[in-house]
Design a protein around this ligand. Structure first.
Ligand code: ADP
Ligand code: ZN
Length: 593
């Protein structure tokens, strides 16, 4: 693709990418880059970062050099770029045609070159750059340049001198990491002025957040999978947990289920990951080792079978859902035990890190325990000022009632105290409800003042109250798994602090009102278009979404384009895709008359 230098970006957006308009902050970023200004684009996953350098790469003279830390990610992006007609290649240790790529570069035959930082900073590569017209430098995953970031890469430090050598070439740093210190550090390290920061909102309105107490988690997740078509990721906390859950889900659902964790052989991991990227209905059960560097826009759900590490981690992991903008689900299942385990780990943390780690857990507790809008909590955590309600999370769709459980909490804490802080909730519950059994009698717990002080009516609230107390450090666990009073218990016991919780839903499960994907059910044309896409995908060995997203197929089923030019007017259909796939789909539409 060769585009004249004076071409209008809107035209490229429409004709090459097939998009009707820019999304969010894309335009602001693209305009800065086209004007030759250094820029840091801070955008959440799914906001459309790649377009911010791909489009200027087509409009500006020369080749855009994209620095990217992960080879797997590069190859996915090259495939996506080529699918819209961008001339893209990579130079990495995994490519066998580096000499040919260098030749193509010198001849000006490439719009985009992806390269890893360790190569970009070599003398050899810089000499190559000296011979080229460079359109811009894009530094992807730019937080890797900062020691404050969660992914520091020393090679990124070598980039600044190289960028300075080509001081006239605009640089565009991109990241989804929100943290303020990291952000400021990136600006300094990469020589970007403070007013060069373009920050997109962190909201992902198409993701529905639901957080529930964990029971039989395999069953809970299987039910969710059965109601939610499309590919999904299930995060489990350990390798064993992954394998166990994968087995159960394989038996319980009719879906292909993969397992992924660091203990599996690399070839097997690579294969499962490739299967997942290509699949339209696979469920991947994985540790958090999975996901970074996977470019799959049509993930329909992300499930956490246990508490994530932090709000940042939760946001990033759930952000892998619905990058195509179609509705997607983020589900989290937690129990009190997740908190007691996490707090036990804190015992081994160096003292100077302790306050930070506690704050991290408390923020998570506030999220999972809240009766308020989950999205609002997440966005406030990232420094935004969102509306009180979002209409697309469990608590907005089905507001829980808030109940004062101070009395129950006090009774529970006293019973734990009086029974010697060494029993589990089962025993304490019996004591509180006045149920005698051998152990109760043996320990003379039926003689305690707390014996039978809780009425049956309050019994269903006991475990939710326990979860709350555990999440907020009013309860802890002993080495042997017994319940003990936590540092925050005292004010509650003394009646100085009230305890309220979101009343858990009645026995009947909360209904998920948002169906996962608004794909038409039983529309024969839509189904036929999907079939066609599937056949083409397997014939050409590309993932289905590389051909067209679901939203494009929906639009086709609705608009019924009878010609290529009509098809070309649909959002998401650019010139290259029209030429490559258009007639096959128009034919399907025509067959339906
Ligand atoms: P990020 O790298 O920020 O996670 P991507 O660049 O992978 O996001 O883009 C996410 C999805 O959004 C892609 O499927 C892309 O086709 C789509 N997209 C990007 N820009 C637009 C736009 N202006 N209009 C519609 N869809 C877009
Ligand atoms: Zn909400």
């Amino acid at each position: 693709m060769t585009i004249a230098a004076d071409i209008d970006p809107q035209t490229v957006l429409r004709e090459t990418f097939g998009f009707a308009g820019f999304r969010g902050q894309q335009q602001a970023v693209v305009e800065r880059v086209l004007a030759g200004n250094n820029t840091l684009a801070l955008m959440p996953t799914g906001a459309g970062k790649s377009l911010c350098y791909q489009l200027p790469a087509l409009v500006r003279r020369g080749t855009a050099i994209v620095i990217s830390p992960l080879i797997a990610l590069m190859h996915d992006q090259i495939r996506a770029a080529r699918s819209v007609g961008i001339r893209a290649a990579s130079m990495t240790s995994a490519d066998s045609d580096n000499a040919e790529t260098a030749r193509a570069l010198r001849e000006g035959e490439l719009d985009l070159l992806y390269v890893a930082p360790e190569r970009a900073t070599t003398q050899g590569f810089q000499s190559l750059l000296d011979t080229l017209d460079i359109a811009l430098f894009a530094i992807d995953e730019a937080h890797c340049v900062s020691e404050w970031g969660h992914d520091f890469r020393p090679d990124y430090r070598g980039l600044a001198p190289m960028l300075d050598r080509f001081g006239h070439v605009p640089r565009l740093a991109l990241t989804a990491t929100a943290d303020l210190r990291t952000r400021e550090d990136i600006l300094v390290q990469l020589g970007i002025p403070a007013d060069g920061l373009v920050k997109a909102g962190f909201d992902r309105p198409n993701i529905a957040y639901h957080i529930d107490a964990r029971g039989n988690v395999a069953k809970q997740i299987a039910e969710l999978i059965e109601r939610t078509p499309g590919a999904g990721i299930v995060y489990a906390p350990s390798r064993r947990g992954v394998e166990d859950l994968a087995d159960k889900l394989r038996t319980a659902t009719g879906r292909p289920v993969g397992a992924y964790h660091a203990g599996l052989p690399p070839e097997q991991r690579a294969r499962t990951q490739a299967d997942f990227v290509a699949s339209e209905d696979m469920v991947m059960v994985a540790t958090i080792a999975f996901g970074m560097g996977i470019d799959k826009p049509d993930v329909r759900f992300v499930v956490h079978a246990g508490l994530p590490k932090s709000i940042e981690a939760y946001y990033q992991e759930t952000g892998r859902a619905g990058r195509d903008g179609d509705p997607a689900q983020a589900r989290l299942f937690w129990t009190a035990n997740d908190f007691s385990k996490a707090r036990q780990w804190l015992a081994d943390v160096e003292p100077e890190r302790l306050p930070g780690e506690r704050a991290r857990l408390n923020a998570l507790a506030a999220l999972v325990e809240s009766a308020g809008c989950r999205r609002a909590i997440l966005l406030r955590h990232f420094g935004e000022d969102p509306p009180e309600t979002c209409g697309n999370c469990d608590n907005c769709l089905d507001p829980p009632s808030v109940v004062d459980v101070s009395e129950i909490a006090r009774k529970l804490l006293s019973a734990i105290y009086r029974t010697g802080q060494s029993f589990g909730i089962g025993h304490v519950e019996k004591v509180l409800l006045g149920r005698e059994d051998e152990r109760v009698r043996e320990r003379a717990h039926d003689k305690l003042s707390v014996f039978g002080i809780l009425c049956e009516e309050d019994a269903p609230l006991l475990r939710p109250v326990m979860r709350h107390l555990m999440a907020h450090e009013m309860l802890g666990t002993t080495e042997h798994g017994g319940l003990s009073l936590g540092p925050e218990a005292r004010p509650v016991l003394r009646g100085e602090r009230d305890v309220t919780i979101a009343k858990p839903p009645e026995k009947k499960r909360r209904r998920d009102r948002a169906s996962a994907v608004p794909n038409p059910v039983g529309d024969p044309l839509f189904d036929a278009l999907r079939e066609k896409r599937k056949a083409l995908a397997s014939e050409h060995s590309v993932p289905a979404y590389i051909i067209f997203h679901d939203s494009v197929l929906r639009a086709m089923a609705h608009e019924r384009p009878a010609s290529l030019s009509e098809l070309g007017r649909i959002q998401g259909v650019g010139a290259k895709k029209l030429e490559t796939w258009g007639s096959a789909f128009v034919e399907v539409v025509r067959e339906f008359g």
